[in-house]
Design a protein around this ligand. Structure first.
Ligand SMILES: NC(=O)c1ccc[n+]([C@@H]2O[C@H](COP(=O)([O-])OP(=O)(O)OC[C@H]3O[C@@H](n4cnc5c(N)ncnc54)[C@H](O)[C@@H]3O)[C@@H](O)[C@H]2O)c1
Length: 271
């Protein structure tokens, strides 16, 4: 598969959280290839130097997005490196324990919500302050299909990602009259280190996921990066407050049967 779509991001200055791995890293690389200057932010300080080399990032900042003090410091340092922040991509996130609510630890629940939701809120707040002053900017947050439909065992992550979607819409409404756009992508299963570790530990069966997905496969990380870069670019100049499923049709699918069998015509009648 080849993609020829390429918005011009020349001169744009971007901060990417979770930039040391997965969707954040690949989006940072594509932003750089499209002409933007990029700073990576991540909790994993050890991984940042190599990620900067792989993505062509101008610089890196390390810290915890769930800490207001860390966020203020990272944003101030990134702002100094870039000379202003036009674009923010909030990809930092963690998974949850895959246990039902009655078996969950409240502390772990809170931690998952803090990183995924509070972290996104704090980053939007800190970068948004200067975007509001300059009346310019675009933000893309990362929700999930788990924030659209309920997944048993994923209450913390699901609540956090649903919250990211709602936060996105709220900010779009608060800042729209200033010309600041805020959108989110809602990925399905994407082959990143986070998902690979779940597959390696046999926490879920890839065949079940492929069969549940109308496009019949996992997403590639680049497919998330392209959607994010589109929403960050001027090509999306009239799009704000959208939570865009980038999910191979996962959230569109509602039938009880096996999507692959029905699609290929070798299953039962679709009735
Ligand atoms: N991979 C998927 O299938 C999938 C699906 C839906 C949504 N998402 C979301 O996409 C985003 C990226 O996921 P990924 O699969 O690329 O994961 P990943 O683990 O490859 O990358 C996540 C990055 O976030 C960083 N991070 C974690 N906690 C942090 C914190 N407190 N402060 C700063 N950085 C922190 C990690 O160090 C890591 O570099 C996450 O928000 C995730 O929830 C992923």
């Amino acid at each position: 598969m080849s993609a020829t779509f390429s918005p011009d991001m020349t001169g744009r200055r971007a901060l990417v959280t979770g930039g040391a791995s997965g969707i954040g890293e690949v989006t940072a690389k594509l932003l750089n290839q499209l002409g933007a200057s990029v700073v990576l932010a991540d909790l994993n300080a050890d991984a940042l130097p190599d990620a900067a080399k792989r993505t062509g990032a101008l610089g890196t900042v390390d810290g915890n997005v769930a800490s207001a003090a860390d966020v203020d410091r990272m944003v101030a340092d990134a702002d100094a490196m870039l000379g202003g922040i036009d674009l923010l991509f909030n990809s930092a996130g963690i998974g949850d324990d895959l246990v039902p609510v009655h078996a969950q630890s409240p502390e772990r629940w809170q931690h998952v919500v803090d990183v995924n939701l509070k972290g996104t809120y704090l980053m939007c707040r800190a970068v948004g302050r200067q975007m509001v002053e300059r009346k310019l900017g675009a933000i893309v947050n990362v929700s999930s299909i788990v924030g659209i439909g309920a997944f048993p065992g994923r209450s913390a992550y699901g609540v956090a990602k649903a919250g990211v979607g709602h936060l996105t819409k709220t900010l779009a409404c608060e800042w729209g009259n200033l010309g600041i756009r805020v959108n989110a992508i809602a990925p399905a299963y994407t082959r990143t280190p986070m998902v690979q570790s779940l597959l390696d530990r046999k926490i879920f069966d890839p065949t079940l996921i492929e069969n549940r997905t109308p496009l019949g496969r996992f997403a590639e990380t680049e497919e998330m990066a392209r959607a994010a870069c589109f929403l960050l670019s001027d090509w999306a100049s009239y799009i704000t407050g959208v939570v865009l499923p980038v999910d191979g049709g996962w959230s569109a699918y509602g039938a009880a049967g096996d999507v692959v069998k029905i699609r290929t015509g070798d299953g039962a009648s679709a009735g």
